[in-house]
Design a protein around this ligand. Structure first.
Ligand SMILES: NC(=O)c1ccc[n+]([C@@H]2O[C@H](COP(=O)([O-])OP(=O)(O)OC[C@H]3O[C@@H](n4cnc5c(N)ncnc54)[C@H](O)[C@@H]3O)[C@@H](O)[C@H]2O)c1
Length: 250
C-alpha cells in the first residue's frame, strides 16, 4: 500500500471500537491522529495506548460532536497542532434498538445529529484547509443497514446510514477538482460494543449468512480506511466500499 507517512487525521468516536481501531491502524502507518469522543476517560487511555504503540502524535478532544462550535474549535486546535489535516474519518455513531412505535421524534433527531449532521459540521470545518493544500481524504462510516435496511429494529439508524451514502456522493462532486476524495465504508457486523448490544442470536445469523463465517474486526475496517486515505487512491471517489464478509453482495 502507498505510504501514509507524514499525514494527519481526525477520527470521530475514537475512544473505543472501530474508531480506536482506525486511529491505531493509521498511526501504525505513520499518521498523527486526533481523537474525539464523549467518553473522556476511555479517550485518554486510548490516546496513551496509541502513543506508546506507534510513537505518533495524538491530540484528544472530549466533546459532543453534535455541537458545531466545539467541532470548529477542535479542527482549529488540530490544524495548529499538526499543521494540516489530510484525512477526516466520520466514524462516531449511535444505534438505538427499538421498534418504530417506541421511537420519539427527539431520538430520531439525535440519531441524525450524530450519524449525519456532525459529519457535515466536520466536513465544513476541514474543507478550507484541504482545498488550500489541494489534498484531502474524507471517509464516512455508513453501514450495510444503509443499503439493505439492516436486520434489527432501528429505523432511524438505517435511514441515517442511507443518508450517509447520498452525503458522500454529493460532497465528492463539490470538492473533487481540489484533490479531495469523499468515500463511504459500509461495514457488516463488526465485533464492538455496538454489535455486543445486539442479541447473540442476531449476531449468529449474520455469521451464518456471511461467506467468511465470522464477524468483522475493527482492524478489517482500519485497513479499508488506510487504502481510501492513501495518495494512490486518488481516482476512487463517491464510492461505498463494502467490508462485510460477503453478506451483502450488491
Ligand atoms: N459494530 C458494527 O457492527 C457496525 C456495523 C456497521 C456500521 N457501524 C458503524 O461504525 C461506527 C463505529 O461503531 P462502533 O461499532 O465502533 O460503535 P461504538 O459504540 O463502540 O463506538 C462509537 C463511539 O462513538 C462515540 N460517540 C457516540 N456519540 C457521540 C457524540 N455525540 N459525540 C462524540 N462521540 C460520540 C461513542 O462514545 C463511542 O466511543 C458507527 O458509525 C456505527 O454506526 C458499526
Amino acid at each position: 500500500m502507498d505510504s501514509l507517512q507524514g499525514m494527519s487525521a481526525i477520527i470521530t468516536g475514537s475512544a473505543q471500537g472501530m474508531g480506536k481501531g482506525i486511529a491505531m491502524g493509521l498511526a501504525r502507518r505513520g499518521v498523527d491522529v486526533a481523537l474525539c469522543d464523549v467518553k473522556k476517560d476511555i479517550l485518554e487511555t486510548t490516546a496513551n495506548e496509541i502513543r506508546e504503540a506507534t510513537g505518533q502524535k495524538v491530540i484528544t478532544g472530549a466533546f459532543d460532536i453534535t455541537d458545531e462550535v466545539a467541532v470548529k474549535a477542535f479542527v482549529v486546535e488540530v490544524e495548529k497542532g499538526f499543521g494540516k489535516i489530510d484525512i477526516l474519518v466520520n466514524n462516531a455513531g449511535i444505534h438505538p434498538l427499538k421498534p418504530i412505535e417506541q421511537i420519539e421524534g427527539k431520538e430520531w433527531d439525535l440519531v441524525f445529529a450524530v450519524n449525519v449532521k456532525a459529519s457535515f459540521f466536520f466536513c465544513k470545518a476541514v474543507l478550507p484547509g484541504m482545498r488550500k493544500q489541494k489534498f484531502g481524504r474524507i471517509i464516512s462510516i455508513s453501514s450495510e443497514a444503509g443499503k439493505n435496511g439492516g436486520t434489527v429494529a432501528a429505523l432511524h439508524y438505517a435511514a441515517s446510514k442511507g443518508a450517509v451514502l447520498g452525503f458522500v456522493r454529493n460532497l465528492a462532486q463539490q470538492v473533487g477538482s481540489d484533490g479531495i476524495t469523499v468515500n463511504a465504508i459500509a461495514p457488516g457486523r463488526i465485533a464492538t460494543a455496538m454489535s455486543g448490544a445486539v442479541s447473540p442470536e442476531e449476531n449468529q445469523k449474520f455469521i451464518n449468512n456471511s461467506i467468511t463465517k465470522s464477524l468483522g474486526t475493527p482492524d478489517d475496517i482500519a485497513y479499508a480506511v488506510c487504502y481510501l486515505a492513501s495518495r494512490k487512491a486518488s481516482f476512487v471517489t463517491a464510492e461505498t466500499m463494502a467490508v462485510n464478509g460477503g453478506t451483502l453482495r450488491d
